[in-house]
Design a binder for this molecule. Structure first.
Ligand code: 13P
Length: 285
């Protein structure tokens, strides 16, 4: 299976009513863990990295390894640039071969967000890449550096946004938050149901770490097709190596990092009901 456009993965998920995990990676071990997990469970996969993470994982090093892993995978894999903030980095990701990008203009006014999204979408389309954008504001920030209050997505604004920008996927804010939830997540399913009814574009849920299986299933029922997971993988890797330390050599540690990442990805693939979807349809793409 080749590297695929995220749109193909989302269209299949929409047609067959399931969710697909977009797993954030920070190193080669996480890339390998995520791909192994998806191959074992015959699930489509989205591998992603956010622009704020590039200070730890430089794009020119991690990007090509994500693309190479996708090309070699036995299941369809999209490689996605998460929370793109600058034209420079969005272009760099597209040049490396990322098959989709998110432009995050959620901190701007609606008008400015639409204007910038239209510009970035035009660049992405030169490369045949899929485009995700965000409206409303998901609480917290991708790297935990800002303690943003969330702002629930308005249905009218979402309709206008999608009509004017023609994005392929829309990230919505329904009480979800990046990082660990302070207490139980309290998702606005009433708003999600309305968004699903009115907005004819696959919806994206950021802040997947810490949401219950029951809530994930409800989100999927109401049109969420892409679910972002970062913190849960990072924490699973740390917890595993901390519990098992000291390691006798570097490579046993390296293998446990891969396995720990894979375990978290598999747990989410099962909750998102994307397990076994690759064999279900002969001509997946
Ligand atoms: P979590 O870190 O809460 O899983 O959020 C990930 C995310 O939404 C990346 O965009």
């Amino acid at each position: 299976m080749p590297l695929v456009k995220m749109k193909e993965i989302l269209d299949h998920a929409e047609k067959n009513q399931y969710g697909v995990g977009a797993f954030s990676v920070a190193n080669m071990e996480m890339v390998l863990g995520a791909v192994h997990a998806a191959e074992e469970l015959r699930s489509p996969l989205i591998l992603q990295i956010a622009e704020v993470r590039l200070k730890h994982s430089p794009l020119h090093i991690i990007g090509p390894s994500m693309v190479a892993a996708a090309k070699a995978a036995k299941v369809p894999v999209a490689v996605h640039f998460d929370h793109g903030l600058t034209e420079e980095k969005i272009r760099e990701a597209l040049e490396i071969g990322f098959s989709s990008i998110m432009y995050d203009g959620s901190h701007h006014s609606l008008e400015e967000n639409m204007k910038q999204t239209i510009k970035m979408a035009a660049i992405a389309r030169e490369y045949g890449a899929t485009v995700e954008a965000e409206i409303g504001q998901v609480a917290g920030s991708e790297d935990g550096s800002v303690d943003l209050e969330g702002m629930i997505t308005s249905v009218e604004e979402a309709k206008q946004f999608v009509a004017e920008t023609e994005v392929n996927a829309l990230a919505v804010a329904i009480g979800n938050a990046h990082g660990l939830y302070k207490g139980e997540p309290n998702l606005r399913f009433d708003r999600l149901e309305e968004l699903d009814r009115e907005v004819k574009t696959p919806l994206v849920l950021h802040g997947g770490s810490g949401i219950s299986e029951e809530d994930f299933r409800r989100c999927i029922r109401y049109g969420i097709r892409k679910i972002n997971v970062a913190t849960a993988t990072f924490n699973k890797v740390i917890q595993t190596v901390n519990e098992e330390a000291p390691f006798k050599d570097y490579f046993s540690y390296h293998e446990r990092m891969i396995e720990a990442a894979a375990e978290n990805v598999k747990r989410h693939i099962r909750m998102f009901q994307s397990e076994g979807r690759v064999e279900e349809v002969k001509n997946y793409v």
